[in-house]
Design a protein around this ligand. Structure first.
Ligand SMILES: NC(=O)c1ccc[n+]([C@@H]2O[C@H](COP(=O)([O-])OP(=O)(O)OC[C@H]3O[C@@H](n4cnc5c(N)ncnc54)[C@H](OP(=O)(O)O)[C@@H]3O)[C@@H](O)[C@H]2O)c1
Length: 289
């Protein structure tokens, strides 16, 4: 049973990978875990009452509020809510069917959105709680070959950055976790999906990246146990980060993207500023803070 001074974590997708390591790390520190897997089973070892596993398929939007309600009822509170479960869709944007695009958004964006919306009434009532959304370096610095996955993760980034501002006055925290390549099943045939379509014109862009990602599967630099430790440590600090980039590859890509954005802002600054009203109309213009 989670004690009063240990936190209760709700984590989606604890069957494998980062979610499993996160559940292990929380349990090892004496916290409580209510985790979800698709079949409702887990072989994780835990002290009696510390681990509860609920079945959840993230595309089942109607079930999400019931699962979150059940999770809250188990300990009478939820301290940390982690949207972890997800998968990557590989292939060029033009190669994806509408169904493939919708599915990657259902799992990586709408599932987390429904979890957040279902958890918020409990967290607001508590005036305490922390939402952790696992996005990806793809949500900060997208590459060719996973554009729709990146789009879903970018959407979750935008949602979380807004949400953080909406819930801060209510005593709630939000953290985005942006991992680089971690050695989980993520890039393996077990987890990744590829677009059914194939267009030869993309062989040297998206196609090359998809091939490269296949090659690094099982050879990624990121250690999921250390990733989980970093997330738990960050949540436990007095002032948790709004965005937590994990892995040197993710750090490099983020800095590159920021550099490109910075130099484009500088280069195009005059054009950027040229679209403001001038003259008497400018005096009455209201500017967002
Ligand atoms: N590993 C990386 O390199 C990396 C990099 C950036 C971001 N991420 C993000 O990190 C998170 C965890 O990924 P991972 O590396 O741990 O991958 P993983 O080893 O493939 O594990 C994915 C987890 O998500 C669950 N899941 C997938 N689709 C689901 C669905 N429709 N409904 C319910 N659960 C579903 C899986 O459940 P099943 O076992 O039932 O399939 C599994 O528990 C994901 O959000 C991913 O986008 C990972």
């Amino acid at each position: 049973m989670a004690t009063n001074d240990s936190k209760v974590w709700f984590i989606t997708g604890i069957s494998r990978g980062l979610g499993r390591e996160l559940a292990k790390a929380v349990l090892a520190r004496g916290g409580g875990v209510v985790g979800t897997t698709r079949d409702g089973k887990s072989d994780l070892a835990a002290p009696a009452g510390a681990l509860h596993v609920l079945p959840l398929e993230l595309t089942d939007a109607e079930r999400i509020p019931q699962v979150v309600k059940q999770a809250h009822a188990l300990h009478g509170r939820l301290d940390v809510v982690v949207n972890n479960a997800g998968y990557g869709l590989l292939g060029a944007i033009e190669e994806a069917t509408a169904e493939e695009a919708r599915h990657v958004f259902d799992v990586n964006f709408f599932g987390p959105l429904h979890v957040v919306q279902a958890a918020l009434p409990f967290l607001r009532a508590q005036r305490r709680g922390h939402i952790v959304n696992i996005t990806s370096i793809a949500g900060l610095a997208p590459m060719a070959g996973s554009g729709l996955y990146a789009a879903a993760k970018c959407a979750l980034e935008g949602l979380s950055l807004s949400l953080a501002q909406e819930v801060a006055p209510l005593g709630l925290k939000v953290t985005l976790v942006e991992p680089g390549a971690f050695r989980t099943d993520f890039l393996s045939q077990h987890s990744r999906r590829e677009t059914r379509g194939h267009i030869e014109d993309y062989a040297t862009t998206a196609g090359a990246v998809v091939q490269y990602l296949g090659k690094i599967s099982g050879k990624q630099l990121g250690d999921p146990a250390l990733g989980a430790k970093a997330i738990v440590d960050a949540v436990m600090t007095e002032a948790p980060p709004l965005q937590l980039v994990l892995g040197t590859d993710a750090l490099r890509r983020t800095r590159e993207r920021m550099g490109i954005l910075g130099s484009e802002l500088d280069r195009w600054e005059a054009v950027t500023k040229s679209t403001d009203l001038t003259g008497p109309e400018a005096a009455g213009a209201l500017r967002p803070a």
